[in-house]
Every structure is written in C-alpha cells, then in structure tokens.
Write a protein that binds this ligand. Structure first.
Ligand SMILES: NC(=O)c1ccc[n+]([C@@H]2O[C@H](COP(=O)([O-])OP(=O)(O)OC[C@H]3O[C@@H](n4cnc5c(N)ncnc54)[C@H](O)[C@@H]3O)[C@@H](O)[C@H]2O)c1
Length: 253
C-alpha cells in the first residue's frame, strides 16, 4: 500500500503535546499543528484550556513544574492517540525584578517552569519516543537565551538553561532519531506580561519597536517556526536555537 503525503497536512496521523496552550504562542502552535493534521494534548495550568477541546485536541489542566504533570501528559497522548511524535515546551513565565529585590521563591518559581518544566516534559517524552525511534522536541526560548537587560536575571538564567538543555539533549536524542531544537523568540504580542503591565500586549507591541524590524511578532509567526522545526522539513537541524526575533540579536547598540 502506498501512503500519500499531503503537503498541507504534514502532521497527519501524528500526536503532539503543547504546553502553555491556553494563550499566546502556545495556542497559535496548537492551532497550526492541529490544522496541519496533528492530534494535540493541550496542557495549561489555566482552566480556560478546556474550551479548546474538540476532535484531535485533548485539554489537560496541569502545572508543568510538577513531575506528575509530564507523566500524565505523555500517558494521555499514548492512551488517546497511541503515539507521541512532537513535544513543544512552550509554557513560560517572567518577572521583572532587580536581583537585590528578588526572593528565593521568585527565582525558584521562574526556573521551575521555564527550565525544570521543559526538562520534566522532555524526559517523559523521550521515554515514549526512544522506543519508536523518532520524534521532535521544540523548546520555546527567547532572545534572553543569549541577551539580557536589567531586571530579567531570573528569566534570562532560565532561558539560558533552556538553550543548553536543548543542545545537550539534542546529542542524546539524535542517537534515537529524535531532533531537539529551540526557537529564540523576540517580543510577541501575548499575555505574558499581564501581571506586570496594565496592558501587557500593548507593552510588548511597543517594546517590539526596539527590534530592527520595528515591531513585535504575532504569535502565529513564532508558531510557524515551531511547526517547521517539528516537521521533516527541518530534518538536518539538530540542537539549534533558531532566532525569530526581528533582528534583535543581530544589532549592536
Ligand atoms: N511574548 C513574548 O514577548 C516572548 C518573548 C520571548 C519568549 N517568549 C516565550 O514564549 C513562551 C510562551 O509565552 P507567551 O508569550 O505565549 O505567554 P502567555 O502568557 O500568553 O502564554 C503562556 C501560557 O503558559 C501557561 N503557563 C504558565 N506557567 C505554566 C505552568 N506552570 N504550567 C502550565 N501552564 C503554564 C499560561 O497559563 C499561559 O496560558 C514562553 O516560554 C515565553 O518565555 C515570549
């Protein structure tokens, strides 16, 4: 029997886990992967993720910083869809505080989600992907994988750790046919700073004007890079942090 390949649905028959799927980049990624044929376990700590339920989308309310959440997400993908092809470690949080004002809880809270959560989900996904001998993991990094400005020490440290997790894990994973990469996102108009600014999306839209491209990204623009890295089109990309930041990491200031 010959299988036909539909270029508009490169993920037909595949199963994915997307964390932080209730908002912003995660939601855009969920929609894109699903539109391109994937069945998706949509993980978020917000109850609102349940509203995304439909055939091929299984919401899961869970905190990604907890070990049991990763186990449950992978179990759900295997039980519902019988396989796991793609993991998108997208959920992330930020605080703006100078180090001298930062509590240990502030620091630990950021690392627990942005880097430890990605480790926990990657570990459980790998345990399902290794026997299958295939898979792709895409981590959502940031220009803060490499760059910093005052008040983002905890966030920058967590994204630096995520970049190094990406590289080290990619070497272990490629031995099993699994590719691990990251996207280094610039400013994107989402809800991530809503707890810091009265109008978080407006702040990000304005902050994005500092990039050479002179605007922030829409979530769908980052989702396209994530889908590309998860797809066979990126078959030779291993351990990369692909910058999608409107040139932010290129310009000298
Ligand atoms: N928006 C930007 O400007 C920007 C820039 C660079 C990188 N990023 C990265 O993009 C990723 C997505 O962020 P976004 O901008 O779409 O933000 P967002 O706040 O719109 O969405 C993040 C989602 O993750 C969920 N989440 C947070 N902590 C969680 C946890 N412990 N368990 C489960 N779900 C959790 C939130 O509920 C939310 O639905 C993050 O990793 C962020 O660091 C964003």
């Amino acid at each position: 029997m010959t299988t036909t390949y539909d270029a508009t649905r490169p993920f037909a028959g595949q199963a994915a886990i997307v964390t932080g799927a209730a908002s912003g980049i995660g939601q855009a990624t969920l929609e894109l992967l699903h539109a391109q044929g994937a069945s998706v376990v949509a993980v978020d700590r917000q109850e609102s993720v349940r509203a995304l339920a439909r055939p091929g989308v299984e919401p899961l309310v869970a905190d990604i910083a907890r070990e049991e959440s990763a186990e449950l997400a992978v179990r759900t993908a295997l039980a519902r869809y019988g396989r796991l092809d793609i993991l998108v470690n997208n959920a992330g949080i930020i605080i703006n505080k100078p180090v001298v004002d930062m509590t240990l809880d502030d620091w630990n809270g950021i690392q627990a989600v942005n880097s430890t959560g990605a480790f926990l989900f990657s570990r459980e996904a790998m345990r399902a992907m290794v026997p299958a001998g295939r898979g792709a993991i895409v981590n959502v990094g940031s220009y803060a994988c490499y760059q910093a400005f005052p008040t983002i020490a905890a966030y920058a440290a967590s994204k630096g750790a995520l970049a190094q997790l990406t590289r080290a894990l990619s070497l272990e994973a490629i031995e099993h046919g699994i590719r691990v990469n990251a996207v280094g996102s610039g400013d994107v108009v989402t809800n991530i700073t809503n707890h810091i600014h009265a109008d978080g999306p407006k702040f990000l839209a304005e902050h994005g004007r500092n990039a050479p491209i002179r605007r922030a990204a829409e979530p769908s623009e980052i989702a396209e890079v994530i889908a590309f890295l998860a797809s066979p089109k990126a078959s030779y990309i291993v351990g990369a942090v692909v910058m999608a930041d409107g040139g932010m990491s290129v310009a000298l200031r």
